[in-house]
Design a protein around this ligand. Structure first.
Ligand code: AMP
Ligand code: MN
Ligand code: MN
Ligand code: MN
Length: 295
C-alpha cells in the first residue's frame, strides 16, 4: 500500500501527520470527467490523503472509489451532493459519511435522477426553439452513467461551436433568462438533510458563495439549513474567493456549524480548483473531519 503523507516538523507533536483533505469531487457517475477509480488515483497523485466523492444525486461510484482508495492508501469518505430547491432557488447540500444503502435516500436520489431526465427533455425542446436541434442525444453522448446534467449539455454546445467553452455556455445558455433554461423542482431541504442524517451522515451546505443571493437571503438560508439539521458549511471551496473563506468562516462561527473544505473538482477541463491545492481552513474553524476521527 502506497502512502503519501507529509510531516510537520515544527509542530509540538513530534511527527504530526499533515493530512491533505478534499471533501468535494465529481466523477463520470455525475458530471466529472474521470471515472471513480481514475479520480481517486489522480487525488492520490496530488498528495490527497482524505477525500470524499460527492457526485450529484448519485452514490453509484462509491464502491469503485472505495476499492481504488484501498489500493492507493487514501481514506475515502462516502459522499453525495444533493440538488435541493429552497425558496425557488437551487442549492446544493453535500452529505458526508452517508450510507448509500439507506433505502429512503436511495429512493430519493433515484427520483431526482428521473426528474433530471424530464428536465433534460424540456431543455432540448427549449434549445430547439433557438435553432439547436438534437441536444438531448448530444448531451447523452457525454453522460456516461445515470445522471444527465447541464454540464453534459454544455459539452455538447461547445463541441458544436455554440460557445467557446463550458464557462461561456453558462453565460449564454442554460441559465435563467437564456436559451435552454428550464426551472426545476429538486428535493426539499428538510427531505435531503433527513436522508443524510438518518443514513448516519453529516449535511454540509455546499459553496454558499455561489448562490448569488443578497445578505438577508443568505442569512435566511443558513438559518433554515441549521434548523433542518444541517451541521457544516463549505468554508474553503474551489468556487470561493479568499474573501469568501473569511466570510463563511464567520457564518460558520455565527451559526455554530462545522467547516468543510473541498475543491469541487470535475476534471482537467473544468475551471474549478485542482485537487490537493486548497489552502487550509481559517484558524477559527472547527473542521468537519474531526467527526470522522481525522485530526
Ligand atoms: P445541473 O445540476 O444539471 O443543473 O448542473 C449543474 C452543474 O453545472 C454544476 O454542478 C457545475 O458542474 C456546472 N456549472 C454550473 N455553472 C457553471 C459555470 N459557470 N461554469 C462551469 N460549470 C458550471
Ligand atoms: Mn457539477
Ligand atoms: Mn455544487
Ligand atoms: Mn459539486
Amino acid at each position: 500500500m502506497k502512502r503519501a503523507f507529509c510531516y510537520d516538523w515544527h509542530s509540538s507533536h513530534k511527527f504530526q501527520l499533515m493530512q491533505k483533505i478534499d471533501l468535494h469531487s465529481h466523477s463520470t457517475i455525475s458530471d466529472g470527467s474521470y471515472t471513480p477509480s481514475e479520480l481517486v488515483s489522480y487525488a492520490a497523485g496530488q498528495g490527497v490523503t482524505v477525500m470524499a466523492l460527492t457526485d450529484h444525486d448519485d452514490t453509484g461510484g462509491l464502491e469503485e472509489a472505495r476499492q481504488a482508495a484501498e489500493v492507493h492508501g487514501i481514506r475515502l469518505i462516502n459522499g453525495v451532493e444533493i440538488s435541493v430547491s429552497w425558496k425557488g432557488r437551487t442549492i446544493h447540500i453535500v452529505g458526508l459519511n452517508v450510507d448509500p444503502a439507506y433505502p429512503p435516500m436511495a429512493a430519493g436520489l433515484e427520483a431526482i435522477r428521473a426528474g433530471r431526465l424530464i428536465r433534460a427533455e424540456a431543455m432540448s425542446v427549449e434549445l430547439e426553439k433557438v435553432g439547436i436541434p438534437g441536444s438531448l442525444d448530444g448531451a447523452r453522448q457525454y453522460a456516461k452513467e445515470r445522471i444527465i446534467s447541464r454540464t453534459h449539455f454544455a459539452r455538447f454546445l461547445v463541441a458544436n461551436g455554440h460557445a467557446k467553452d463550458v464557462k461561456a455556455v453558462f453565460k449564454h445558455f442554460l441559465v435563467k433568462g437564456k436559451p435552454g433554461y428550464v426551472s426545476h423542482n429538486w428535493a426539499g431541504m428538510n427531505e435531503a438533510i433527513g436522508w443524510i442524517r438518518e443514513s448516519g451522515g453529516i449535511a454540509v451546505l455546499a459553496h454558499p458563495g455561489r448562490y448569488d443571493i443578497g445578505k438577508t437571503t443568505l442569512h435566511a438560508l443558513f438559518a433554515d439549513f441549521k434548523a433542518a439539521g444541517g451541521e457544516a458549511v463549505e468554508v474553503v471551496s474551489g468556487s470561493h474567493t479568499p474573501d469568501q473563506y473569511k466570510q463563511f468562516a464567520e457564518f460558520a462561527r455565527q451559526y455554530d456549524l462545522l467547516a468543510s473544505s473541498g475543491s469541487d473538482y470535475h476534471g482537467p477541463t473544468h475551471n474549478y480548483f485542482d485537487m490537493g491545492r486548497l489552502p487550509p481552513l481559517p484558524e477559527v474553524c472547527k473542521p468537519v473531519w474531526e467527526r470522522f476521527g481525522i485530526e
